[in-house]
Write a protein that binds this ligand. Structure first.
Ligand SMILES: [Zn+2]
Length: 258
């Protein structure tokens, strides 16, 4: 992103605060077996001690402007600036990302983590974004060294994300080979983060980088920008929107269990 670019109307409406992700979008972007060209990010932010989130929502990459992480971090920053908070208050920021952060977004997340020391940041990703890139690997490692929790989503994470951000009235439908793909990507990320022995990581890199998986790992962060069309609530959302207090309460309770 160009950090000097002023926030425009186009950028603003990419952020969908307190709006559910359409079901088809969720499956299209989070399916770790399908190639995608966008990043979808779902996030929730609130005080550590409270059940309800202060803000939650989702956003997408806006290729010629901001990446999804930047848009969400800006929303959290704005919230923190506006609220009269006790400087010792602890917060939790949870992010579900369809792609792991690029090098630049890692640096944005790192800057956020450094400046907001009372915020615990949890990042869960469906796929890895250009994981063979040295700069990306270094920035992912730096992020974790700063205390940001980073992991690849497994079955239970997809279920939670669906429940929290798509539709709590219906069940998450697992796609074929979800868990196998997740395990492969998780091993790959652990290798990048030096969380597995080197001998294992080198063979894993070879397998993944020379196999077909590499194709599904690399999105294009260029091309026409995409912005949400029409209502951002799923078709079954009528009852959802009528009872947001309950939904928000459930959201945090579910995270607390995890
Ligand atoms: Zn990025």
């Amino acid at each position: 992103m160009d950090e000097s670019t002023p926030q425009t109307k186009q950028q603003t409406h990419v952020l969908c605060l307190r709006q559910f992700v359409p079901e088809d979008r969720f499956y299209q972007e989070f399916n770790n077996r399908v190639r995608s060209f966008k990043t979808l990010l779902c996030f929730g932010f609130g005080e550590h001690s409270k059940v309800l989130w202060d803000i939650w929502g989702h956003t997408y990459n806006n290729p010629r402007h901001d990446h999804a992480e930047t848009i969400a971090l800006r929303a959290v920053d704005d919230f923190l600036k506006q609220c009269q908070r006790d400087t010792n208050q602890k917060y939790v920021l949870t992010m579900y990302l369809s792609f792991s952060p690029c090098a630049k977004c890692c640096r944005s997340l790192a800057a956020f983590a450094r400046s907001q020391t009372t915020v615990k940041v949890n990042v869960m990703v469906s796929r890895l974004y250009f994981p063979e890139d040295n700069e990306t690997q270094k920035n992912l490692k730096d992020l974790v060294l700063l205390g940001v929790k980073l992991r690849v989503m497994g079955r239970e994470d997809f279920k939670k994300c669906y429940y929290l951000f798509v539709n709590y009235c219906s069940s998450f439908e697992e796609w074929p080979e979800l868990e196998q793909e997740s395990e492969k990507l998780s091993d790959f990320l652990k290798a990048i983060l030096n969380q597995v022995p080197k001998v294992f990581s080198s063979s894993l890199f070879y397998t993944i980088l020379n196999g077909s998986i590499r194709l599904s790992l690399t999105p294009l962060h260029v091309g026409p920008s995409w912005t949400p069309q029409g209502r951002e609530t799923p078709q079954k959302a009528t009852s959802v929107t009528q009872d947001t207090t309950w939904v928000q309460g459930v959201k945090r309770k579910l995270f607390d269990e995890g």
